[in-house]
Design a protein around this ligand. Sequence first.
Ligand code: ADE
Length: 223
Amino acid sequence: MRIDIITVQPGLLESPFSHSILKRAQTKGLLEVHTHNLRDYSNLKHKQVDDYQFGGGAGMVMMLEPMVNAIETLQSKVQYDEVIYLTPDGETLNQKIANQLSLKGNLLLLCGHYKGIDERIRTHFVTKEISIGDYVLSGGELAAAVLVDAIGRLIPGVLNDETSALLDSFQDNLLAPPVYTRPEEFRGWKVPDVLLSGDHKKIDNWRHDQALERTKARRPDLL
Ligand code: ADE
């Protein structure tokens, strides 16, 4: 999978993709992430990318031309399955959307700043709008990093033990069950006997029951 990201703050995206699982995905050749500085696509003085909004009001708006220039330059080289704008008024990201996007070949992500991007970009180029939650970030970069992480770990071959993504919270609309590791007992706090029983059928049933209970208690809306 190839993911291109257009941003005015490329520095904000350096760290998330150079560690852990996303780094491994790229080393294995399963994921390519390219960031593009929007300012490089501005033909204006001082590489301007934002301007006052028509109608007045506080806050700048990201201009049409540099963004269109960037999108069309990239589209002339790569055929994108989706052009995604990260925005608090988009569809809220969930595991189902992450699963669907992990099956795509090429994605183009647009990060907004200030008051957002000129609406005509959304109308004419954007195919999907995603929010990572009901709160406002300073820009779309951290949201893009969250989205790429959620998608990247689902690409087949990225996780060592592929079943581990299948047992994640939300994969079957259930939260994940509790997990334990050594020691078996610490300060009198014991690991549930069933997990030490070696009976895999019993363990599977216990995990499912625990997942169900946890979901009922914490996120009944998922059931
Ligand atoms: N940009 C600013 N806030 C955001 C959010 N909650 N989700 C996605 N993009 C954003």
